[in-house]
Design a protein around this ligand. Structure first.
Ligand SMILES: [Zn+2]
Length: 286
């Protein structure tokens, strides 16, 4: 009888070898699988990284079509703001947004008898005002016209003949243009504002002003200083009653009562905290 152990051993040993072979085979397959997985994982990772960096790139450099358009920076050489407190095509009565500022305006000059006195007083008080001059008076007193501008005051247009009632647009245009030409010639200032004589603020006047690229400037404070029965005290009281932030005060050249009222008026308003400016400064366009 053949010994069982050797036979069993042989069978067993063969089985062990087969088993070992299968185990090794599986191990190899497992390792290969692991390696493949690792590769695909790293590929996935790299892909994710790529997508991520792509997103970051996209944030940093948006497609050209999405790039915001360049913001236009206004040229430094243009000192005039584009948005005055009152749009150019609207009549200016006052500029409330200007705060505690006030514009003194003098109509009807220049006057041979009075202009120098007004100028001396304003110089002494360090006040700059706006003068609405009449063309025919400018024609008679060109040197005084130049002097008003030379003293730092603003020059504006009050028509040539100081009369436009019932006149056609063509005549009104001629009245304003002739005066502007004279004023430019004698003051070297750009003439931006026009005030109709007698406050005759008609649609025709507004239309002509727009055509000439000028603005109609009226007033919101009128002490009626032209009235011969008034007094300096009455003028000052009336102005104080009507005054609001950004007011435009209408006064006249050639009136002794106005000249007498001016020093006290300026001092008292200054004490109350008011600043005197030109119409352009009130509008924020100078
Ligand atoms: Zn006038």
């Amino acid at each position: 009888m053949a010994p069982l152990i050797p036979i069993g051993f042989n069978v067993h040993s063969r089985g062990v070898r087969i088993t070992a072979f299968i185990v090794i085979l599986f191990c190899q397959l497992f390792i290969i699988e692991l390696l493949l997985t690792a590769d695909s994982c790293s590929g996935y990772y790299q892909n994710k990284q790529h997508q991520k960096s792509g997103k970051q790139q996209a944030v940093k450099n948006p497609p050209l079509s999405e790039k915001p358009e360049k913001t236009e920076i206004p040229a430094q050489s243009d000192p005039k703001p584009k948005n005055p407190a009152v749009p150019r095509d609207e009549i200016v009565w006052s500029v409330p947004s200007a705060g505690k500022k006030v514009a003194l305006t003098f109509d009807d000059g220049p006057s041979k008898k009075y202009t120098m006195k007004y100028l001396g007083l304003l110089r002494e008080k360090q006040v700059r005002a706006t003068f609405f001059l009449i063309g025919r008076n400018v024609q008679k007193n060109p040197a005084l016209t130049a002097l008003i501008a030379g003293e730092g005051h603003e020059i504006a247009n009050h028509t040539y003949d100081h009369y436009i009632k019932k006149m056609s647009e063509a005549v009104i245009k001629d009245q304003i243009s002739r005066t502007s030409n004279l004023l430019k010639e004698w003051t070297q200032q750009e003439i931006k504002y026009v005030r109709p004589p007698g406050g005759n603020n008609s649609i025709k006047m507004k239309s002509v002003a727009a055509e000439l690229d000028m603005q109609v400037v009226m007033w919101n404070v009128d002490p009626q200083d032209w009235n011969e029965d008034t007094t300096p005290a009455k003028i000052i009281t009336s102005i104080k009653k009507q005054l609001t932030p950004g007011s435009i005060i209408v006064l006249h050249e050639g009136k002794p009562q106005t000249l007498k009222a001016l020093p006290a008026l300026i001092d008292e308003l200054r004490q109350d905290g008011w600043d005197f400016v030109t119409v352009s400064e009130l509008l924020g366009v100078s």
